[in-house]
Design a protein around this ligand. Structure first.
Ligand code: PLP
Length: 410
């Protein structure tokens, strides 16, 4: 009876089991790894203490007592949850304070907080472009921007990684191939790039990209997820570091990496923010972030801009450069906290991750679809919270793994 009603379709679990098995065979299956305890950079996995060298907590703020205290105070004063979207039951002080501090930090007229950086991208891009428009993204852009571009209904095209000339060619093609669209309604073009690339660690050729998009009247969304905290005199990101902030229309950031809390933001003009309050579906139709998360993020942003933040930034960069100088393969001058060790083959990356774990370091293999197929890697990140001893021990462990039974692809 049940099989008659199934129309020959497999039961859910059977279909998913087959898909999981396929990933297993391809060396691409992912599994959660329970962590029993955490003390700074040291985590307990399966009863064993290992050093986390894969986190995005670049300044170590996620365990800073001032953030924990701000979160606890906000939970006491405002409750554990926000209760509804901010458009439904009011915009509570922790969210208002957070947005004021983001705008002042990013030196923009306004800012809007989201539940995550992913939600900021998925709400914002479809609110800015739609069918008939064009999104040009760096080929290595994060999944949140790619998915948002697809969901927007706009035409989307990747440009070669960090290649302003290719971007320029795509913009020229768009201008020459759509005269009708230009005549009827000015076709919107949104350019998207990361400031520091999440899996490769290199920094965007920001000045050139801005020159190109300005020449074509395009808008730029700059994803500063891995640059905030580390770049710029006040840790506001790469745009601040290069003095280009006012030329970026849409600044996207996360509050879950160097800021040490959770959430995401868009910073830009007051009109942009007013529009997103109306049109960004992940803002309109989603419960506001927990007050504790907002208050912790406000405190994280305060510290990032303080003398203490500057000292943490300097310590993080010392650790990054120290590890880069001891890397097992030639390592270009680091442009952020991410140092990728590209191994290519998925199984080799898994093996290397296991050997590092055996040596006391947590740095999982990063595989497709996070990076292209056969570009698997160990993505190492250094933070202000690592001690020089941990950095040196990691370098020794990497050298030992690299001289093991496999050789990394150049
Ligand atoms: C480049 C980039 N953008 C956006 C995000 C999303 O931020 P969040 O983790 O706050 O959702 C990430 C997170 O991994 C990221 O790496």
């Amino acid at each position: 009876m049940a099989s008659d009603a199934s129309h020959g379709r497999p039961p859910l679990d059977l279909a998913l089991r087959e898909a999981l098995d396929e990933r297993e065979r391809a060396g691409l299956r992912r599994q959660l790894r329970p962590v029993q305890a955490r003390d700074g950079t040291v985590v307990t996995l399966g009863g064993r203490k290992v050093v986390n060298v894969a986190s995005n907590d670049y300044l170590g703020l996620s365990t800073h007592p001032a953030l924990a205290e701000a979160a606890a105070r906000a939970a006491r004063d405002w409750g554990a949850g926000s209760g509804a979207s901010r458009l439904i039951c009011g915009s509570h002080a922790p969210h208002q304070d957070l947005e004021e501090s983001i705008a002042s930090w990013q030196q923009t007229p306004a800012a809007l907080a989201f539940a995550s950086g992913f939600a900021a991208a998925s709400g914002t891009i479809p609110a800015l472009v739609g069918p008939g428009d064009l999104v040009l993204l760096d080929r290595l852009s994060h999944a949140c921007c790619i998915d948002a571009a697809k969901a927007s209904g706009a035409t989307w095209r990747p440009f070669h990684h960090n290649d302003p000339d290719h971007l320029q060619r795509l913009l020229q093609q768009a201008d020459s191939s759509h005269p009708a669209a230009r005549a009827t309604r000015r076709r919107r073009v949104l350019v998207v790039t990361e400031a520091v690339f999440s899996m490769d660690g290199d920094a965007a050729a920001l000045e050139d990209i801005i020159e190109v998009k300005d020449r074509h009247g395009a808008w730029l969304l700059l994803d500063e997820a891995h640059a905030t905290g580390l770049h710029g005199p006040r840790g506001a990101g790469l745009a601040e570091a290069r003095g280009l902030g006012p030329r970026v229309e849409v600044h996207l950031g996360t509050l879950g990496k160097a800021v040490g809390a959770s959430g995401g933001f868009i910073a830009g003009s007051r009109t942009l923010v007013d529009w997103l309050v109306n049109a960004a579906r992940s803002f309109v139709f989603s419960t506001a972030p927990a007050p504790a998360a907002a208050a912790a993020a406000t405190e994280g942003i305060r510290i990032i801009q303080s003398n203490e933040g500057e000292a943490l930034r300097q310590q993080a960069w010392r650790n990054i450069r120290d590890l880069a100088s001891r890397f097992p393969i030639p390592c270009p001058d680091p442009q952020g906290a991410i140092l990728p060790w590209i191994l290519g083959d998925e199984d080799r990356a898994m093996q290397a991750a296991q050997l590092l774990l055996d040596a006391g370091f947590l740095a999982p293999a990063i595989r497709y679809p996070t990076v292209p197929r056969r570009a698997a890697r160990i993505r190492l990140t250094m933070s202000a919270a690592h001690s020089p001893g941990q950095v040196h021990q990691l370098a020794d462990a990497l050298a030992c793994v690299a001289s093991g039974p496999f050789t990394p692809t150049p």
